[in-house]
Design a protein around this ligand. Structure first.
Ligand code: SF4
Length: 107
């Protein structure tokens, strides 16, 4: 399974955390939804591989702790998505296709 690139139409924005939108459903700690809008990470798919953090040329991502989540205890949050230059590296390197980037997407 990969992140739904139409999530902004198929999900509801249920809040904001660290300045990025949270798209539900959310039922913590097992279900965390999608974080971010321009740069979006499906926290329920993220396995904390870390390639996106290492490869992003403009340091969009930050680790956030997610204890109790079945896939991983930390996630790559697109905290600085406003800095994104749309190089698509993170989309290419994510081993579980948890990331989608679309500059035209708005919350
Ligand atoms: S598309 Fe490029 S600049 Fe944007 S978050 Fe991904 S790696 Fe960083």
């Amino acid at each position: 399974m990969a992140i739904d690139p139409q999530f902004h139409e198929n999900r509801e924005q249920v809040g904001e955390e660290n300045g990025v939108s949270v798209w539900g459903p959310v039922d913590e700690p097992e279900e965390l939804g999608i974080r971010g809008t321009h740069v979006a990470v499906d926290f329920d798919l993220c396995i904390a591989d870390g390639a996106c953090l290492e490869d992003c040329p403009v340091d969009v991502f930050e680790w956030v702790d997610t204890p109790g989540h079945p896939e991983s205890e930390k996630k790559a949050e697109p905290t600085h998505e406003a800095q994104c230059i749309d190089c698509m590296l993170c989309v290419d390197v994510c081993p579980v296709d948890a990331i989608d980037v679309d500059a035209g997407r708005t919350a």
